[in-house]
Design a protein around this ligand. Structure first.
Ligand SMILES: [Zn+2]
Length: 97
């Protein structure tokens, strides 16, 4: 079997285009710390301040003012493909034990 020249030539362009698109989508969803500019990890707690600044767990202590609120960083798929369903069994009463 012989590969045609056109297929070999087109593949890197397609790969680069797909890679760029993937990076763009990922870059838009990422939350960054206002101090160290590190992309926050999924599951990490992000701290928000009255000025709108966002700080990571590590930079939070360096700031004197108290944060207004905090939230857990979610991945880009959260809310689209991940649905949290409470599947815990119902507890009838604690006296039955
Ligand atoms: Zn930081």
């Amino acid at each position: 079997m012989q590969m045609t020249q056109a297929t070999v030539g087109d593949t890197p362009e397609l790969e680069i285009a797909l890679l760029r698109r993937g990076l763009g989508q990922r870059g838009g969803a990422v939350e960054r710390c206002g101090a160290c500019e590190r992309a926050m990890l999924i599951g990490e707690r992000a701290y928000e301040y009255a000025s709108g600044d966002l700080r990571c767990e590590l930079c939070r202590d360096r700031r004197r003012e108290d944060e207004v609120q905090s939230h857990v960083v979610h991945g880009p798929a959260f809310g689209n493909s991940i649905r949290v369903i409470d599947a815990r069994p119902h507890r009838r009463s604690a006296a039955g034990r």
